[in-house]
Design a protein around this ligand. Structure first.
Ligand SMILES: [Zn+2]
Length: 480
């Protein structure tokens, strides 16, 4: 017995020793300095053109609604990017824009850069300047859509504009796509995919918004990271209702429908019953990020082979992000009782919003909730559901090319794959490529990240200039 105990202790000591040595050997991926010098001309161009784009309030619309703001926006694009409009073929599908620049070799698979034209609504309340003014304050351009997603459109279009001016001809076709209802999950991007599918077009690589260069994306890190979204979680809204007899609240029975709903919600929130799992891409993400943490965290993240169970147990406790990246999440967002203070509701309900994981799809996540719902005699109805997108291959040559370009253009930042918690139009394009990647080469601070869809959305002018340079170099060096 004693020998077994000593044996176990020796084994633990050896494993920790190996982990410690491996930790000491983890090298920082990005030690370079960014030497890029941005010229006043570049920032002035960004301020002028993106400012004009922001000043058109292109709030998301369905295809059958009034699209006049979008058509005004198209005119702004025509004025700001004349070379693109002379050189690219443009197709407008109910407001959604598709552009094609013919490459020199028709046998090469085309590439697609995308984003979206629409923005979420904004009023001026709490803003430093009117929400659609596109004003420049302290080197940043403010306004709804300045970051999400007109910054992406600007850096892509301006890069193409400058490449054409330089006389460049791409080896393969380059396509651009910008829908009018990404924010509302409308049909724009899906209609573009149908159009392209009919023409038999498939892409070597598709690059959309979603990832960016984020300042210390996880607390405790010491540098900016370029995060590339390789998949996005699924989405499901559920209506969970309880039936009862109703009646006067002065003589309440036990176990009223509302109480059963609350007990259910409480149990789900406490137990968080979904499967926690590290998919290989998240494994890779932590591996690439390990070096930017202090020794303890570096040891944990750099030795997942040893600490995986500990990591899976700790992450959900440490932060909501840590949980969301490991499993399906469930959040109760809406509720309805009776219409009066003194009436027991007959059929109150809760709405739960789930973000389903790659490893536990909508059907499986629903089955988990159903077990608990049965216990409280509740009914579940699906309002809407879509599974997580496929996962793009992080070992493809296209992914490697993108990361190489990032390392060249932004030698001071780390690079890692990432799981998108929200949704982007990019998910539709998995049907047309094995490499649907979400990355906009624009630096953003945590405040700027938080200001998307909120007040004082803004983007730094020099970051836009860097983004333009990135896409130019990406296209110039592309030879796959
Ligand atoms: Zn967006």
């Amino acid at each position: 017995m004693q020998y077994v105990l000593i044996g176990i202790l020796v084994l633990i000591a050896v494993l920790i020793g190996i982990a410690a040595i491996r930790t000491l050997m983890i090298k920082a991926p990005a030690t370079g300095k960014c030497e890029t010098v941005i010229t006043p001309e570049e920032t002035e161009t960004a301020a002028k053109k993106l400012g004009d784009m922001v000043r058109v309030p292109t709030v998301s619309k369905n295809e059958d609604e009034d699209l006049s703001e979008f058509y005004k926006f198209h005119e702004v694009l025509e004025k700001s990017f004349p070379n693109v409009h002379k050189t690219f073929e443009k197709t407008v599908l109910n407001g959604t824009l598709l552009y094609r620049w013919k490459g020199s070799d028709p046998n090469r698979r085309p590439i697609l850069f995308m984003g979206h034209q629409d923005v979420v609504p904004a009023n001026d309340h709490g803003w430093k300047c009117p929400a659609y003014s596109g004003e420049v304050i302290d080197g940043a351009i403010y306004g709804r859509g300045s970051m999400d997603c007109k910054s992406t459109m600007y850096v892509e279009l301006q890069a193409m504009e400058e490449l054409i001016a330089e006389g460049f001809v791409p080896p393969c076709d380059i396509w651009l796509e910008y829908a009018i209802n990404e924010e509302t999950g409308g049909d724009g991007a899906a209609s573009a995919v149908r159009y392209l599918k009919e023409k038999g077009i498939e892409f070597a690589i598709v690059i959309d918004e979603g990832g960016a260069i984020v300042d210390r994306p996880i607390a405790g890190m010491d540098r900016e990271y370029a995060v590339i979204g390789v998949t996005e979680k699924g989405y499901m809204d559920l209506k969970i209702s309880a039936k009862g007899k109703g009646g006067h609240s002065s003589t309440p029975p036990r176990n009223t429908p509302a109480a059963r709903l609350f007990a259910f919600a409480n149990e789900i929130e406490k137990k968080r019953p979904f499967k926690k799992h590290l998919i290989p891409e998240v494994y890779e993400m932590f591996g690439s990020m390990a070096s930017s943490f202090s020794f303890g965290m570096r040891m944990l993240l750099g030795n997942i082979w040893l600490f995986k169970p500990l990591l899976i147990a700790l992450m959900p406790v440490v932060s909501p992000f840590g949980e969301a990246i490991l499993s399906t999440t469930c959040c109760f967002t809406m509720m309805k009782g009776s219409d009066a203070c003194n009436v027991i509701p007959k059929e109150p309900y809760l709405v739960a919003n789930l973000r389903t994981s790659v490893h536990q799809n909508c059907e499986e996540s629903l089955a988990v909730l159903k077990k608990y719902a049965d216990k409280y005699d509740l009914e579940i109805e699906i309002i809407q559901a879509r599974d997580a997108s496929p996962v793009s291959n992080i070992h493809s040559k296209e992914y490697a090319y993108l990361t190489d370009c990032i390392k060249k253009q932004f030698p001071d930042v780390g690079v890692a794959p990432y799981v998108i918690m929200g949704g982007t139009d990019c998910r539709h394009f998995h049907a047309l490529t094995e490499n649907a990647l979400r990355f906009c080469p624009v630096r953003m601070s945590n405040e700027q990240n938080a200001a998307c869809h909120a007040v004082n959305e803004n983007v730094t002018l020099s970051a836009l200039a860097e983004g333009v340079r990135f896409f130019k170099e990406f296209v110039k060096g592309y030879n796959l």
